[in-house]
Write a protein that binds this ligand. Structure first.
Ligand SMILES: Nc1ncnc2c1ncn2[C@@H]1O[C@H](COP(=O)(O)OP(=O)(O)OP(=O)(O)O)[C@@H](O)[C@H]1O
Length: 299
């Protein structure tokens, strides 16, 4: 793959804050037009990684290219090609939604239409309202609008829907699907695993600054972990069987038991189930390693 096919290339990225290693040698690529979800628990190193890619933070070591450019050296023309929705905007908001967007639109060579963007984030009725008078979720929609106003080739979304009500989240997903159809490359971090499953093509799971899995969304955790599970109760005991053909297992069970099996469930593990399993193991391994280090240090 050459760099015209890749929006982001990260090789052995490391970031330390004093004694703390926040990002510990991670590597991944994001293809052009792809939506890549970077997932992981609080403190895993996601924002540090994203901020390095955005050019806001220096790295300790490793190679990084964003739209073919080292973000530490990206000029204004490079910045105009990327859109950023930070985890928190810190906007004071003493301007209206419309003024804010017109202000940002003027900074880009080929901005989107301000009214269209306001409509796309569902804020038509608030266009003339001061941002500080909006609710938390509405302000977050302004952040998203600012992120896409410059018609970016690459969009960074750091926990974009925090504070959105369920309906606003669904319309945000529609908006992202439109951007995906237009060919926008997207790096998304979110704690909503359903959001990652809805929007992502591939995902990387970070825990403790390391990439613990990287795969197409449907294959995170390995194929085995996604095989459906049939559960039922027989003779007072809970039984279960993993199978690729749950219908056949249930049919055989009904025939054998001569009727409806007690407590019958067919469970298809979701991305969230698989993620919790992966991150849980890593967390437990981390605690065990820390305990071992402490024992060794104590010796
Ligand atoms: N400026 C900083 N100085 C020192 N330590 C920092 C700094 N920024 C982040 N850290 C530490 O680096 C680690 C990774 O933080 P980071 O914000 O990248 O995690 P995250 O995965 O984005 O977490 P969250 O899901 O909570 O946003 C954490 O242990 C955090 O305390």
């Amino acid at each position: 793959m050459n760099s015209t096919d890749t929006a982001i290339e990260v090789h052995e990225l490391r970031k330390t804050y004093g004694e703390l290693t926040a990002v510990d040698g991670i590597s991944f690529d994001i293809h052009r037009g792809e939506t890549f979800a970077l997932l992981g628990p609080n403190g895993a190193g996601k924002s540090t990684t994203i901020e390095i890619l955005e050019g806001y933070r220096d790295r300790t070591s490793g190679d990084v290219r964003v739209l073919g450019v080292d973000p530490g050296r990206g000029g204004l023309d490079w910045k105009a090609r990327i859109g950023i929705v930070l985890q928190s905007s810190g906007e004071s908001g003493n301007v209206t939604v419309g003024e804010q967007l017109r202000h940002f639109a003027a900074l880009y060579p080929n901005p989107r239409d301000v009214d269209e963007v306001i409509a796309a984030v569902g804020l038509e009725s608030k266009a003339g309202v001061l941002i500080r008078k909006l609710s938390g979720g509405q302000r977050r929609r302004v952040d998203v609008a600012v992120g896409i106003i410059g018609a970016p080739e690459l969009l960074f979304l750091d926990e974009p829907t925090t504070g959105f009500d369920p309906e606003a989240r669904r319309s945000f997903w529609q908006l992202i699907r439109t951007l995906q159809r237009e060919g926008t490359s997207i790096l998304l971090t979110t704690h909503y695993l359903d959001e990652a499953a809805q929007l992502g093509d591939r995902a990387g799971i970070i825990a403790g600054g390391r990439m613990v899995d990287l795969a197409p969304i449907d294959e995170i955790g390995g194929r085995e972990s996604r095989v459906p599970l049939v559960r039922w109760v027989e003779g007072g005991e809970r039984r279960e069987q993993r199978t690729d053909s749950p219908a056949a297992v249930v049919t055989a069970l009904v025939a054998r038991l001569g009727g409806e099996p007690e407590g019958l469930e067919v469970i298809r593990p979701s991305l969230e189930d698989v993620y919790l399993d992966l991150v849980g193991h890593e967390h437990a391994a981390g605690i065990a390693a820390d305990a071992l280090n402490e024992t060794e240090t104590a010796r």
